[in-house]
Design a binder for this molecule. Structure first.
Ligand code: SAH
Length: 347
């Protein structure tokens, strides 16, 4: 069976190459071709001896997603890509042109098994984990397709990154590695619905990636319903894990809070949230709900969003409200899905 070379770490590529009887320094060249230049075949690795290129072709393969379709918002600042993986599965990746750089929002699983009540990605459950290489490919292909250098990566697309922990950590190591795209850890953010062991592992990785926790409720009763993984890892454990992450990385944690009309947007809920987060090195990012047909919830009116924000601010909590950027093309938070009712109309 051939090796999926883009899911290997640098040291593993080194052992693979020396195992083929080649000198160690070749690993750096191979790594650069794969992860820096993003070539899709060994033949193009022109500074390698022909013998090695042949040997690699016989023993390893390079994953190459196919671009099925792309949709752009009217202003051109956001583009949603539909990619087909080598086994035919479809995933979505979102490119965002921002003042401070170019961000790509990648998927980490085909589907999701976390079952958050308002999210489209989990509607049909989990199909499979993405490999580390398939996560990296989304950055490479999006960079190639847009012709723009990607500066920031967020793991906020389809799937739960920490439910696919090993591959996610591999991806993070490779994307920050100097011979590849070398994206700074501080420009990478991992978003989780609260898989506690994963948060602890991420904190101990030794790189300063950002952590975003999808909180959505300040007490277990409500969170058990909205974010069912809370029944496994209740709020007390989640907050402890966040403290542990802060201790190890020195980084502020972002709490994502999707506001749903009549469900988690009341004044008292805001006060309870402020109490839960008091004294923690954190920041709250409010996301007014993006509509998902199957889920039936609605976003609150703007005044209610503002009132919720004010309560938190009055209690000394830093808050931002995320302005949805991809809503018109169903590329906003929680709208990515495995089988998109993808049509090629639209902007
Ligand atoms: N599984 C990860 C990352 C994917 S979702 C996580 O849960 O964090 C990225 C963010 O979008 C999460 O905060 C998620 O809760 C939020 N989200 C999901 N559905 C949404 C919706 N319909 N409207 C607004 N935000 C949503």
């Amino acid at each position: 069976m051939k090796v999926d070379i883009k899911s290997l770490l640098y040291e593993e590529i080194e052992s693979f190459i020396t195992g083929l009887g080649e000198p160690r320094f070749r690993a750096k060249q191979v790594f650069h071709w794969l992860f820096g230049k993003g070539v899709d075949n060994f033949e193009s690795m022109s500074d390698l001896p022909a013998r090695l290129r042949e040997n690699l072709s016989e023993t390893a393969f390079i994953t190459t997603p196919e671009v099925v379709s792309r949709r752009k918002t009217g202003d051109g600042f956001t583009v949603k890509f539909l990619y087909r993986l080598n086994d035919g599965e479809l995933i979505e990746t979102v490119f965002m042109r921002r003042l401070w750089g170019r961000t790509v929002c990648i998927s980490t699983q085909v589907g999701c098994r976390m079952g958050c009540r308002f999210c489209a990605s989990g509607v049909s459950g989990l199909v499979r984990n993405l490999t580390a290489g398939e996560m990296y490919d989304q950055v490479l292909v999006t960079q190639k397709e847009t012709g723009e250098r990607i500066s920031h990566v967020v793991l906020m697309g389809m799937g739960e990154p920490l439910d696919n922990l090993d591959n996610t950590l591999r991806f993070l190591k490779n994307i920050t590695y100097p011979a590849g795209l070398r994206i700074g850890a501080r420009r990478i953010s991992v978003s989780t619905c609260g898989v506690v062991p994963g948060i602890r592992a991420l904190g101990r990785l030794g790189i300063q990636v950002g952590l975003a926790v999808s909180l959505h409720a300040p007490n277990d009763d409500l969170r058990n319903v909205l974010v069912p993984v809370n029944r496994r890892y209740p709020l007390s454990e989640l907050i402890e894990a966040c403290k542990d992450f802060i201790e190890h990385t020195g980084r502020r944690v972002t709490f994502e809070y999707t506001l749903i009309s009549g469900v988690n947007d009341g004044r008292q809920t805001a006060q309870e949230l402020a109490g839960l987060l008091a004294g923690l090195l954190c920041h709250v990012n409010i996301i007014p709900l993006n509509r998902v047909a199957e889920r039936g919830f609605a976003p609150p009116p703007a005044e209610r969003v503002a009132a919720f924000k004010t309560v938190l601010q009055e209690r000394g909590i830093t808050v931002t409200v995320r302005h949805s950027v991809g809503d018109q093309i169903a590329a906003a938070c929680g709208q990515l899905r495995r089988i998109e009712k993808w049509d090629c109309r639209g902007p």
